[in-house]
Design a protein around this ligand. Structure first.
Ligand code: ADP
Length: 350
């Protein structure tokens, strides 16, 4: 009996110690019962979520938060909670998570990420501003270079040629950075019906033009489905993958463009029999300016931003990029779309 009491005392002491730590934790912590009512909250929750303890014991948290961003998020019960406005002060940004808790309840965790969010904004603005400021001078320089005729100064012809190539490269980098900045700021893209048969044909023609007969290019349009989304952005993403396949596949290789149904939706895939990518690089390929080989990327006219653009466009279409590759054998880049983005193909859209 005394054994039992001693164990009970130990458990209670542990419980009090844990609660004391939770009470002082820097992140907001709210324990909700199965009906979404507040069972307990810590000091950070009082401060960040404007609750008061113990006065708010038993209140319906979603109802209390009302139309605030966090209230919507809580009622939805899931989804992205990376950057939500704190109730009563939109300048305070919260990262929130809901975890299942005992007896059908939940624990709401909220962390103040205002500083990270501000730094992210400064970084985004800086890149967008620098790119924007560089655009006009580069256009002027490029324009004058185009006006100069190498035949007037034959001795400078090779220099002039190189200057044109480099100024075009800079222009492409600036355009790609501006495209990325725009995509980063976008919350939602237009949802237009995109006729895939026409788009795939255009992509194949682009591949043929870029390859100039150096590769065998095939198109497998088997899905009988169209996409809902932004036509220009999806074209840009799909065409980036095709252009990479051509640029990283030696003469004589094969390139396949595929559009097919999958269990949960459909996928657009580009296969090549090119150089391939060693496994250790795969997870970093969509980072800005990440290249497996800088010289190969530059020589083939790359900016190092293509896959980053692809990733952003796909994420705005609730889609994912999957990369499989084997050095020396080739690569497959697959864009996986959910059923919510798909429609049966109609002749009118194509
Ligand atoms: P880049 O403009 O350098 O091609 P990307 O962002 O499009 O930039 O691609 C990043 C890097 O991924 C490339 O530099 C290249 O090393 C690698 N890569 C992309 N596509 C392929 C491919 N189909 N085959 C082999 N390597 C590829």
């Amino acid at each position: 009996m005394s054994d039992h009491r001693a164990r009970l005392r130990r458990v209670l002491a542990q419980r009090r110690a844990l609660q004391a730590v939770a009470a002082r934790a820097p992140d907001a912590l709210v324990v909700l019962d199965a009906n979404g009512r507040v069972e307990w909250c810590n000091a950070a929750a009082c401060h960040l979520l404007q609750l008061s303890w113990p006065a708010d014991r038993g209140i319906d948290l979603a109802a209390r938060l009302g139309p605030a961003e966090l209230g919507h998020w809580l009622r939805a019960g899931h989804g992205e909670g990376d950057d939500l406005a704190a109730p009563g002060d939109a300048a305070v940004r919260l990262q929130v998570t809901l975890l299942p808790y005992a007896a059908g309840g939940q624990v709401l965790l909220a962390r103040d990420v205002s500083r990270i969010s501000r730094l992210e904004q400064v970084r985004r603005d800086f890149v967008a501003n620098v790119s924007h400021e560089l655009r006009t001078p580069l256009t002027v320089i490029h324009g004058y270079l185009e006006l100069l005729d190498p035949e007037d100064v034959p001795a400078l012809a090779p220099v002039l040629g190189e200057m044109r190539v480099q100024s075009q490269r800079m222009r492409q980098i600036v355009e790609d950075l501006l495209a990325l900045s725009r995509l980063e700021m976008e919350r939602r893209l237009p949802e237009e019906h995109i006729g895939m048969t026409t788009l795939l044909q255009t992509l194949r023609n682009e591949a043929e033009a870029l390859s100039q007969g150096r590769h065998r290019i095939t198109l497998h349009d088997d899905a009988g489905l169209d996409l809902l989304g932004s036509p220009t952005d999806l074209h840009s993403a799909f065409s980036n993958l095709v252009s990479n396949a051509v640029r990283y596949t030696p003469t004589g290789g094969a390139i396949g463009i595929h559009w097919r149904r999958t269990a949960g939706g459909a996928e657009y895939a580009v296969t090549d029999t090119g150089f391939g990518i060693p496994a250790e690089h795969l997870s970093r390929l969509t980072e800005r300016f990440y290249r497996v080989s800088s010289s190969r990327s530059r020589a083939s006219g790359g900016t190092g931003l293509g896959l980053s653009i692809v990733k952003h466009v796909l994420s705005l279409h609730d889609a994912r990029l999957h990369i499989a590759s084997e050095p020396g054998r080739g690569s497959t880049f697959t864009c996986c779309f959910d059923a919510s983005r798909l429609r049966e193909a109609t002749a009118a859209a194509n």
